[in-house]
Design a protein around this ligand. Sequence first.
Ligand code: HEM
Length: 437
Amino acid sequence: MSTVSQRARVVDTFRVGAVVLPSVATGLIQRREPAMGFADTLRLDRRAIRRMQLLRARYGARLLRLRVPGRSMALVLSPDDVGGILANAPEPFSPASTEKRAALAHFQPHGVLISQGEARPQRRHVNEAVLDTHQPLHRLAGNITTLVSDEALRLIGTATSAGQLTWQDFSERWWRIVRRVVLGERAADDQLLITQLESLRRRANWAQFAPTARRTRQRFAGRLGEYVDHPEAGSIAGLLADTPAGPDANPRGQVPHWLFAFDAAGIVAYRTLALLASRPDLARTARDESHDLESPRQLPFLRASVLDSARLWPTTPLLLRETTSTTEWDGTTLPSGTTLLIYTPFFHRDERTLSYADRFAPDIWLDGTARANPALVPFSDGPAQCPGENLVLFVSSTLLAHLLVARDFTQVGGHRLDPRHPLPSTLNPFALRFAVS
Ligand code: HEM
């Protein structure tokens, strides 16, 4: 094997810039609604995938070092490298990349994702312990089932009277579910907390280029503290107090990420509804498993549907890793501090290598196909894999089950999903609207 590292030509480094630009423009931390609409209309993600295909055809699948002045950066082009790099976190491939630290510090300076050294394993442990990472059904599943069913009923009521379901209605309900699950009943209507978080997240989109809003961050932390420091039994925050934590764990500092990540999950769930509306046969399969919803259910088909929605339109299109020391990888020497770019839409939607690239394919999550591909990583992989995956799949599949059992949904607004054509590479969730009957 050659040990000469590959360098992109300058023009191709610009191409990589054009690949990541749409993700940055639509908001990596807080989605910008107008930019999402724009990206959808202009099919920017499709163009980005094409550029990646061109780069792979030109350079092959090995790591491609980019020519960025003052920075060491490399683009990942092979599925095996995706798997290998994610498996080797946090050493030598740290998830706490410079860009992520700059962005997330705006609202979650102590979150595990941007933590390093001794703090990281302690914070990871708290997250896994409280989120029941390794359990398909969270220990609070009973409580969560009841409150999701309650909110679903209200949402169905609103949609039925209006004759339609809009993003606005869906997201208001979704946020109530999230606040009740994470913080308890007292927080159910605390929209201000979310408004504060959104304001901080908008700054986070600009990373180091926006000054920290210290007052807003303090106010947000104070308001959140009222729930976390006097937690309600039956909420996720209520479990924090009983979880043994190391001196650097900062349990309270983990909560902002949960709220932030649950937001993206609402988008994923709403897009799943659009996918199922476009495929009445698959909606029927989902309905068939959706019975006895008054007790916690695993709902494998709906979970697979949500996973596939996250594959088709990843919430984290750029997985960044940073080398913690000089690292030899597949014949390439990466200096310490090298940023590795994993652009997941390319690996999830490459129609040249994946037969299911542009169709809704929940089956791949059930028959082992997805597991066999190390680059299908909507929830990341390895030691920094999303610790909230099981919880969020449970919450979203339970909500979808209620909706599908109660009503029929027909898409009437937004980018139409037609199973006879390849699915769009960008799907603006804010424009999706359904007729309800
Ligand atoms: C559909 C919803 C979600 C998706 C697609 C998702 C996906 C991801 C991905 C891709 C990462 C890795 C990010 C990176 O390496 O830069 C991640 C990390 C993480 N996620 Fe999620 N996530 C979701 C929901 C949640 C929820 C609801 C929670 C908590 C309640 C959560 C907690 C976390 C945490 C704490 C990390 C950092 C893990 C670490 O650094 O060790 N996520 N998630």
